[in-house]
Design a protein around this ligand. Structure first.
Ligand SMILES: [Zn+2]
Length: 227
């Protein structure tokens, strides 16, 4: 899968790794997320012929910001990052915040520091999408929401571990990879209130069934049987 695939009007998914393991997106003229530090060329190839004017992140973790600096330099575009993740991006210390052992692991895939041109906050507009603050997985995690056709880019607030687009398996990111898991669940609840018709994840294929997204989030909020 070397090219970009159209998901909706002015929305394409690009491979940042094998299959849909790690995703980048093109929303209008903005690339969202850039995988690991060696994903850049894969993404650049899938962007061929597209007009790109900015690179934005859902959050500053090593598997989403890994090629951010390279891509911004290559395409000569500014970097846009959630306000509370911007310092991590500028210093290159993009810890998972989940504990020393995990952070040591993520430092095996170092993210090069890069200046942040715009520190995003709730209500900002990026590529025709509205920025939503969804802290928890990282302090400055953001989602991108387009109300006109109810499309949501939810980053790692939740992931889809499905092997195919037809059989989604929505799962929480393991708590040890979160900055603050209860905070992430509150952010997720905010996203389900939107009733998105298309949900695009940092990891896994997109989901078009709004009920499935809501049910998965409710299960995470209250995992007790019958709860
Ligand atoms: Zn991730």
């Amino acid at each position: 899968m070397r090219t970009r695939e159209r998901l909706a009007d002015e929305l394409y998914v690009l491979p940042a790794g094998p299959g849909r393991l790690m995703n980048s997106y093109l929303i209008a003229d903005t690339v969202v997320d850039s995988g690991l530090r060696w994903s850049g060329r894969l993404i650049a190839r899938a962007l061929r012929g597209a007009t790109v004017r900015a690179h934005a992140l859902t959050h500053a973790h090593f598997d989403h910001a890994g090629s951010a600096g390279w891509l911004c330099r290559e395409l000569e575009v500014p970097l846009l990052v959630g306000a509370a993740d911007a310092d991590a991006m500028e210093s290159g210390r993009v810890d998972s915040h989940g504990g020393a052992a995990i952070n040591a692991l993520t430092r095996l895939f170092p993210t090069r520091p890069h200046p942040v041109e715009r520190r995003l906050k709730e209500g900002d507009l990026v590529g025709g999408f509205e920025v939503l603050d969804v802290p928890g997985h990282s302090p400055g995690a953001v989602a991108y929401w387009r109300a006109a056709d109810r499309v949501l880019l939810c980053g790692d607030t939740i992931t889809n571990l499905a092997g195919s687009a037809r059989r989604p398996r929505l799962m929480a990111v393991p708590g040890f990879l979160d900055h603050d898991t209860p905070m992430n669940r509150r952010s997720l609840a905010k996203l389900t209130d939107l009733r998105p018709s298309l949900v695009c994840f940092g990891h896994g294929p997109p989901v078009t069934d709004p009920g499935l997204f809501t049910d998965a989030v409710l299960r995470l909020a209250d995992p007790s049987p019958g709860g």
